[in-house]
Ligand binder design. Structure first.
Ligand code: NAD
Length: 506
């Protein structure tokens, strides 16, 4: 453990505790109770938030429903909606540092990463603004001389947005501007562990001139807030990012009213390393893919499938790089990997590792908590495990920590079979200098995103989402925007040429 690179605590003046309230119909509201979020890295109270209950959730849904039906947002022009979204993008950029500190303290992620995510989110808002103005349906001018058909796109209505703790501001920005661009009104529930950046977003929306009641925020837990947001008859759609287990509960809850459900869930994302790959680049990308956000990332490349001829060499390279990755104080701008979100989650990560070792897997690096000078032990060591069989839980389930699992293959077909032998299908990657190998892989991998000779690059223009138990529907890009639109066919007769159905008396 001594040969890891650890950034111990730096001197830093922590901000005052954030006091977070619900935002409903343009008003900031307290609740009867509150809940606290302590920082996983600094063990201080970062925020005190109003605790949402059923009555507050009902009130938020009513505000969103009434506002949608009144048409103040849903029926204004795309140009007017785009103007507000563009202002929000500017305000995000002006507030990056203020928001990023709270994002880091609540989630444990490095400050450089928080700044990148908050600042980068502005681009999602600008892209969504472009869609607000260019959205259109179809016209059908081939239905006969007396017929014209038009397919209209309309906002789907009231949308519940439920988000997780691992990328609070970024994931909100993968959903909210697209829903708003479409003309929807929303009720948002951020994770109880990271409410503050969503509340700050609410402040920016008001400053940008978003009409009251278009965006409502209820703080609190899955029960009762998230659950009611999934069952309520006045909600037309739920868009959720989080665990597969809760995604299934939401699908069941939404079935009572058959509302639309879009789900972004977990993954067990593989990268295949072929013998002809650029091994330096592949090892660097694998190291990034597994430790980014301490592995608490739906897109974590938590399993690699390496050709057996190069496996030993490749693992050695990844272990050597892992020792250089800077773990430690998330407030240090130099830190690359921060804290684990809760002590319970730290214990869960370790239980996967210990079970694999007990079943005969080999620990090439790490495997245990990490003490960071001045900050305590809610950190986990960079961990690499080989000698893993595809049936072990650590090779199949989402560990959600800085833990890399190494599997090997002999033939390309075997590699593809291992990739697809998963309940999940979020993303997959391949490293090879042969473009035919890459293309063949891209078409056979069961995943919503395939990366060839890269990992985790994304763009607002490209759809994101999973197949199998990684989710349903798509986010961002034109396809993600379309999720928030309903389709209506309009059939128009031209002239009075239709023969009567009922024979008139002579
Ligand atoms: P989680 O499922 O525990 O919680 C997510 C949100 O759902 C929180 O706001 C929570 O309060 C709420 N919730 C809990 N129970 C609910 C219920 N019964 N009804 C409605 N809402 C409820 O997930 P998490 O621990 O916050 O996040 C980690 C998970 O998110 C991982 O599985 C990860 O893979 C996944 N994730 C997926 C993506 C993606 O885009 N595919 C992105 C990030 C995270």
């Amino acid at each position: 453990m001594n040969d890891l690179t650890i950034n111990t605590a730096i001197e830093y003046e922590l901000p005052e505790t954030a006091v977070n309230r619900h935002l409903i119909a343009g008003e900031w509201l307290d609740g009867a109770d509150t809940f606290e979020r302590r920082s996983p890295s600094h063990d201080v109270v970062v925020s005190v938030s109003a605790q949402g209950d059923a009555a507050m959730t009902e009130r938020a849904i009513k505000a969103a429903r009434d506002t949608f039906d009144a048409g103040h947002w849903s029926r204004i022009s795309g140009k007017e909606r785009a103007a507000v979204l563009l202002k929000v993008a500017d305000l995000i950029e002006a507030n990056v540092d203020r928001i990023a500190v709270f994002e880091t303290l609540e989630s444990g992620k490095p400050i450089s990463q928080s700044r990148g995510e908050v600042g980068g989110a502005a681009d999602l808002w600008r892209y969504a603004a472009s869609l607000a103005r260019t959205s259109h349906g179809d016209s059908h001018n081939t239905l006969g001389k007396d017929m014209l058909g038009v397919v209209l796109k309309e906002p789907i209505g009231v949308v519940s947005i439920i988000t997780p703790w691992n990328f609070p501001f970024w994931i909100l920005s993968q959903k909210l501007p697209f829903a708003l661009a479409a003309g929807c009104t929303v009720v948002i529930k951020p994770s109880e562990m990271t409410p503050t950046s969503t509340v700050m977003m609410g402040e920016l929306l008001i400053e940008a001139g978003l009409p009251a009641g278009v965006c409502n925020i209820v703080l609190g837990h899955g029960q009762p807030v998230g659950s009611l947001m999934s069952t309520h008859k006045d909600v037309d759609m739920v868009t959720f990012t989080g665990s597969t287990a809760v995604g299934k509960l939401i699908t069941q809850a939404a079935s009572g009213t058959l509302k639309k459900v879009a789900l972004e869930l977990g993954g067990k994302n593989p990268q295949v390393i072929c013998p002809d790959a650029d091994l330096d680049s592949a090892a660097d990308a694998v190291t990034f893919g597994v430790y980014f956000n301490v592995g608490q990332c739906c897109n974590s490349s938590s399993r690699i499938i390496v050709h057996e001829d190069i496996a030993e060499d490749f693992v050695r390279r990844v272990v050597a790089l892992s020792r250089k990755v800077k773990f430690g104080d998330p407030l240090d701008p130099d830190t690359q990997v921060g804290a684990i979100v809760t002590a319970e989650h730290n214990a869960k990560i370790d239980s996967y590792v210990q079970a694999a070792v007990a079943d005969g897997a080999k620990l090439d690096l790490g495997g245990g908590n990490l003490a960071v000078g001045g900050l305590g032990e809610q950190f986990y060591q960079p961990t690499v495990i080989s000698g893993v069989s595809p049936q072990m839980a650590i090779a199949r389930e989402e560990v959600f920590g800085p833990v890399l699992v190494v599997l090997t293959y002999r033939t390309f077909d075997e590699a593809v079979a291992l990739v697809n032998d998963s309940d999940y299908g979020l993303s997959a990657g391949i490293w090879s200098e042969n473009m035919h190998t890459c293309m063949d892989f891209a078409r056979r991998a069961q995943a919503g995103t395939v990366w060839t000779n890269t990992w985790m690059d994304g763009f607002p223009e490209l759809a994101f989402g999973g197949v199998k138990q990684s989710g349903q529907g798509r986010e961002i890009g034109r396809y993600g925007f379309e999720e928030f639109l309903e389709v209506k066919s309009l059939v128009m007769r031209i002239g009075r040429s239709r023969a009567p159905w009922v024979q008139q008396d002579a």
